[in-house]
Design a protein around this ligand. Structure first.
Ligand code: C2G
Length: 136
């Protein structure tokens, strides 16, 4: 069983996230998502989320590609996570290209996938109404 892991905040879950998760799962058989906690987001990522950790976890657990959601509480946990969860492949969007290559030394395949253009949680927050808003 090939085990894949990815990390992120996944606030205001959108199709860019789903595209990423789908491609992560296509690289193996079991996908673990390390979800940034509210504290990690505010203290270390300078992000304030619309949804709480528990709400963001609920969303991810409903995604067919996701097998397990674990908390991401610090930048440094990746090195131990890959051993603790017997990870074969680590995946991130290509906005992180090169940042986690050190995990190769842990015997993990490191993959950076192209981000989905034109969508982000920040954009959703800024847009007043979605493109195809019908008023429903
Ligand atoms: N993503 C994507 N396309 C988008 C938006 C996001 O492919 N349009 C990907 C990102 O590249 C990332 C994942 O979706 O791999 C989650 O994105 P964020 O929630 O923004 O996560 P981030 O803030 O990058 O946190 O330790 C790593 C960090 O926790 C990553």
């Amino acid at each position: 069983m090939k085990r894949v892991i990815t990390y992120g905040t996944f606030d205001l879950l959108h199709y860019g996230h789903i595209n990423l998760l789908r491609r992560c799962k296509a690289l193996g058989d079991y996908l673990i998502v390390a979800l940034s906690t509210d504290e990690f987001n505010s203290k270390s990522k300078n992000k304030s989320c619309y949804f709480t950790y528990e709400q963001r976890k609920l969303f991810l657990e409903a995604v067919r590609y996701v097998d397990l959601v674990i908390p991401e509480t610090c930048w440094e946990q990746k090195k131990t996570d890959v051993h603790e969860y017997h990870v074969d492949t680590f995946v991130m969007g290509d906005d992180w290209t090169g940042k986690f290559d050190f995990l190769k030394e842990e015997g993990v395949e490191v993959v950076y996938l192209p981000r989905t253009p034109e969508i982000s949680s920040t954009k959703i927050r800024k847009d007043k109404t979605p493109k195809n808003f019908r008023g429903d």
